[in-house]
Design a protein around this ligand. Sequence first.
Ligand code: FRU
Length: 477
Amino acid sequence: MYTKEEYVKDCQIHNGMWRVVNSDFNRLNYHLMAPTGWLNDPNGLVEKNGINHIYFQYTPFDAGWGIKSWGHYTTKDWITYKEEEPFVFADNRLDRDGAYSGSAIVKDGVIHYFYTGNVKLLDGNYDYVLNGREQNTIHLMSDDGYHFTDKALVLANSDYPDDMTTHVRDPKISKDGENYVMVLGARSVEGKGCALVYHSADLSHWHYVTRIQTSEKFGFMWECPDLFKLNNQLVLSVSPQGLEKEETRYQNVFQSGYFLVDENHGDYAVGKFEEFDYGFDFYAVQTFEDESGRRILMAWMGLPMESEYQEDPTVKYNWRHALTMPRELVFQNGAVYQRPLKEFEKLRKNEFQTQISEFKQWQTENCSFELNASFSNPTESFSLRLRDDVVLTFDGSMLSLKMGESGFGRTQRNIALDKVSQLQVFSDTTSLEIFINGGRYTMTSRVFSDSLKQTISFDTKADGRLTIYDLKKFNIE
Ligand code: FRU
């Protein structure tokens, strides 16, 4: 258990932790980070009355994997943020080992939250896969996103199909006509990942309808499912675990991507899986529709503990991990494109423009910049240096992000591509988010250079337009 009272006590005990965390030059300028301690998945993304609520998996005073609460940031404009008190604590018999990931939906002016109460039983010899774990689907209601009513159990292990293991979690709700639809990530007894589908008319009573799965096994577990429509196309986003590495795909310990889905009277047929991102640090996507109708994605700019990289240097400063920039999703040319939110243009200052052919180099003092390149010859090779030992290269058939020591074990990631017509690179002190060909592909990674004074250079015979902006810091109140 981890209650609000313990949190308040810990705030006093660890009062100095903020000072240590904030003295770390690896702190990001325009990304939401663990205020102290550990952050993972974005949760409960929702906008109500012009306020966007961004909750996240959080262990406030431990930069490792502990009992999860929901941390909380709010923003009205995506540029100025407020760090709020944590929202949900694991303070109950139903969620005592973690208030795990979940989501939010607004109905008649009330925000409804659903999340997984993780409980590990201690009264026997359990393997915690087939037995020994409760995965309680819990429902909360809130008028304002800051205070909520009692926790109500809406689904327990006995409500999941008989062939499920005890890994069933991460409820995400959408509305389809009169029905509310919940998807839950699951692992079956035969070791096949899938998404369970439940329906409800009132958000309180749920019944099982079907499961969404591939015909051949595709990973042993699907975490964080999210079913949504993008320009009338149904999309299922999931974070599958256990995919075999292919030449350029599925390179990380776990993946995050989407299927296009055809629904026919409650039968779901999925197409081929597309990864959302080809970088090193990207997982546990969640999307939501904001009040202006945009579908916005955020992800954890990190990976679970099993990650093959070295420990990030931030852990010595008592914090670890951040969220990606919010990205608007668009469905075009049969694929989901990701675009940085327009609001981020407000962070721009000091514009620098040139022809690529005339570009020598550009110096940054703090690695916070946006670089836009549009190529007149998209098949020409190039090499774009983003840090001393980090380079993005294109050879006419492969786009590669190569990292040296500053990758802390992150080495190389590739996308098989025959054209690069456009690049938009968002660099923060210790992160890179690269949007390729209008957001058709992205590469997201953490990077920890010794110095934030870096020289950006381009080596190419290609020409085109290059624009670089310094980027300002977020305001966090
Ligand atoms: C994904 C995940 C979720 C779970 C949460 C626990 O990263 O494992 O499946 O709810 O993190 O923090």
